[in-house]
Each structure stands twice: as C-alpha cells, then as structure tokens.
Design a protein around this ligand. Structure first.
Ligand SMILES: Nc1ncnc2c1ncn2[C@@H]1O[C@H](COP(=O)(O)OP(=O)(O)OP(=O)(O)O)[C@@H](O)[C@H]1O
Ligand SMILES: [Mg+2]
Length: 239
C-alpha cells in the first residue's frame, strides 16, 4: 500500500505526562499506521498507552515529540481553533462509557454533532432518526439514555460518532461494557457503517473476542507498537 492509503501515520511519536522530575514518558516512539478502507485494532496490556495514543491521534492531547499525520494533515502543528474545526469535521468518537447526555433523547444525543456544526434542529433530528433506524434503534429514538440497555446506549453513541460522516472514527473499548453478543453486533455495525474506501476506523480493545472484526491488529506494549498482524480473512474479502 502506498502512503495515500494512510488515514493515520505516526513516526517516533512521544507523549510525556507531568513536568520536571516527575515527567513520565508514556508514548516512547510510536510508529503506527491506520489505513483508509480498514478497521485497525489497537491492543495491549493495561497501562501500555493505548488511550493516550488514541487521544493524540484524535487531537484531544498534544504530542510531546515525533511526527503525526491524520488524513494527510500534520495535525501536530494545527493551532487551537484550526484543530477544533478539523476534529469536528473529520473525526467521530466512541468511548467505553457512552457519554450520552441524560436529559436528551436518543435522537437528540445522536444529533449533537450536527447541531454543533450549526444545522437547524428539524433536519438534524430527522437525520439522527434515520441513522438510529439503520442501527436498529428506530423505535427507541425518543427514549432517554437511562431507558436504554447498555448495547442500545452504545448504538446511540455510535450514531453520534457517525452522523456527520467523519472520515476517521476512533473508539476506545467500545465493547467493554457489553456482553459477547451485543459486542459483536456493535463491532459489526461499526464495520458496516464506518469502513469505506476513503474512511477508516481505529478501535482500542482488550477483548480478543472481537479481534476477527479488525483488518489489522497493532500490538502495543510499554509505549511502543511491537508488531502488526493482518487479518487474512478480511483482506481476502476485500480482494
Ligand atoms: N493525565 C495523565 N497524567 C499522568 N499519567 C497518565 C495520564 N494519563 C495516563 N497516564 C499514564 O500513562 C500510562 C498509559 O495510560 P493509558 O490510559 O494510555 O493506558 P491504556 O493502555 O489505555 O490502559 P487501559 O487498557 O487500562 O485502558 C499509564 O501508566 C497511566 O497511568
Ligand atoms: Mg485505556
């Protein structure tokens, strides 16, 4: 694959927390790639730096050194407001805890990125309902988060991550709070909805039961990517 297929590339990426004597280097020279048209899984032991790497890729944390490119943009050098604009347009997020707003309905939660981008309420809600329908939640779009099961809440969070059609979706342990079957459903939905020739998904997971969904599995340990394993089955399906 040539470099234009890269959704994310990092080279020698560093991230330190703290200052002076108490500085801890958490990303210790990360060389990571995620390709367009693929779901890349990021796996490794607790504390090895997965969430930190995902946060730097997503622009939620600044890097301390090294190089990073996201969708062809050198995001490490974007100024504050340019970074926010880039993120709003191009990125979607799914977290382990769904971070839904309790006072809003499922459809309103899913519509948040559109409303934040200035779309008026009616078309935003109607688009959210359409997407929830596709994710199998049409009948629940007026429910509030506390009236939904964990798997249903995670599907609302996925709708919110996808509704503005971002080219890169990053997910931190999206199945951790879900049972096996619901976890499979959620990963399948993410694959179908967010992987396309010019789009990519990165999923941090501890859960070996969902490894089959990844096109590539990047293994991380102690602040480094140690090796990357291709999923021959999904690679064959693509060819
Ligand atoms: N804001 C912070 N300040 C100081 N240290 C931090 C901070 N955030 C994370 N760390 C440390 O960085 C290391 C990596 O944390 P990170 O959350 O990236 O791990 P992880 O691989 O996602 O682990 P888990 O699988 O448990 O979620 C840990 O040792 C953690 O204590
Ligand atoms: Mg983590």
């Amino acid at each position: 694959m040539h470099t234009s297929d890269a959704a994310v590339t990092t080279r020698g990426l560093l991230k330190d927390f703290g200052t002076g004597d108490s500085t801890v280097r958490v990303l210790r020279g990360v060389d990571f790639e995620a390709n367009l048209g693929e779901m890349t899984l990021l796996v490794g032991p607790s504390g090895c730096g997965k969430t930190t790497l995902l946060s730097v890729v997503a622009g939620l944390l600044d890097k301390s050194g090294g190089d990073i490119s996201v969708l062809g943009m050198d995001t490490g050098t974007l100024s504050g407001s340019a970074a926010v604009t880039f993120r709003r347009k191009n990125l979607g997020f799914v977290f382990q805890q769904y971070n839904l707003l309790p006072a809003l309905t499922a459809a309103e939660n899913a519509a948040v990125p559109l409303l934040a981008a200035g779309m008026s309420r009616k078309p935003a809600i109607s688009k959210a309902k359409e997407l929830l329908e596709r994710l199998g939640l049409g009948a629940r779009s007026d429910a509030r988060p506390n009236q939904l099961s964990g798997g249903q809440q995670q599907r609302v969070a996925i709708a919110r991550a996808l509704i503005h059609e971002p080219r890169l979706v990053v997910c931190d342990e999206p199945t951790a709070a879900l049972d096996h079957e619901t976890g499979h459903t959620v990963m399948g939905l993410l694959r179908t909805a967010a992987v396309a020739p010019d789009r990519a998904v990165i999923v941090v997971t501890h859960d070996s039961r969902v490894f089959e969904f990844g096109d590539r599995i990047a293994h991380m340990d102690d602040g480094h990517i140690t090796h990357v394993v291709k999923n021959l089955e999904t690679q064959m399906e693509k060819n």
